[in-house]
Design a protein. Structure first.
Length: 202
């Protein structure tokens, strides 16, 4: 079973500012939502910071998240703006070959070079790189918009981590529904633990 969760974030809270300032902090907050994490469950924990329709956090997970801690630090308290969790499995089951859908994703545009080191994709090649990832996910690309192409550097212990962030919106046709369903619950590309790789359907 899979679940999708939307957590509205209050930009006035100090916890939200910390979450926005460091993906390592965000990673730790999301991990805290799964104290009884089952690594054998189908799918993995994916998340993305979202700004469409208000600042929020989208989480897809194989088990129900315990979001009280995140809400306490970053949410709106007792207001009407509360987290929403839904059963994602029914939506996944409804996907069929030939469906035309609009998707959004934040991807880490990185690939291995000849020496095996992971490096950022050149800006001139990002569009084709994104298309290749979507094709591998069972999709044919009708139109593609790259809303953002930037870098984000944060500390992980003693090391600095830099991500090549690409915010994507695309109209696609589902060619292989099983491959697409897998991409929706397992993510695409690297740095999934740091807010990359989650594809959502509009």
């Amino acid at each position: 079973m899979s679940f999708i969760t939307w957590i509205p974030l209050n930009p006035k809270r100090s916890g939200t500012r910390k979450l926005l300032a460091s993906r390592q902090v965000a990673h730790a907050m999301i991990e805290s939502c799964f104290p009884d994490r089952n690594d054998n469950a189908e799918g993995r924990i994916l998340w993305r910071l979202d700004r469409e329709g208000g600042l929020g956090l989208v989480i897809v997970s194989p088990t129900l998240p315990a979001v009280d801690g995140v809400v306490e630090q970053c949410g709106f308290g007792a207001s009407d703006t509360q987290p929403i969790t839904a059963n994602y499995s029914s939506s996944l089951s409804a996907i069929n070959n030939g469906d035309v859908v609009t998707i959004r994703a934040m991807l880490n545009a990185a690939q291995h070079n000849e020496s095996g080191k992971r490096t950022a994709v050149y800006a001139s090649e990002v569009g084709e790189w994104v298309k290749s990832k979507l094709i591998q996910s069972g999709l044919d690309v009708v139109s593609l918009t790259i809303d953002e192409h930037s870098t984000d550097t944060f500390r992980r212990g003693a090391h600095a981590v830099t991500l090549a962030l690409v915010s994507v919106k695309a109209e696609v046709i589902v060619r292989d529904r099983d491959a697409f369903r897998t991409a929706l619950v397992y993510g695409v590309g690297a740095a999934k633990g740091y807010g990359c790789g989650l594809i959502t359907i509009e």
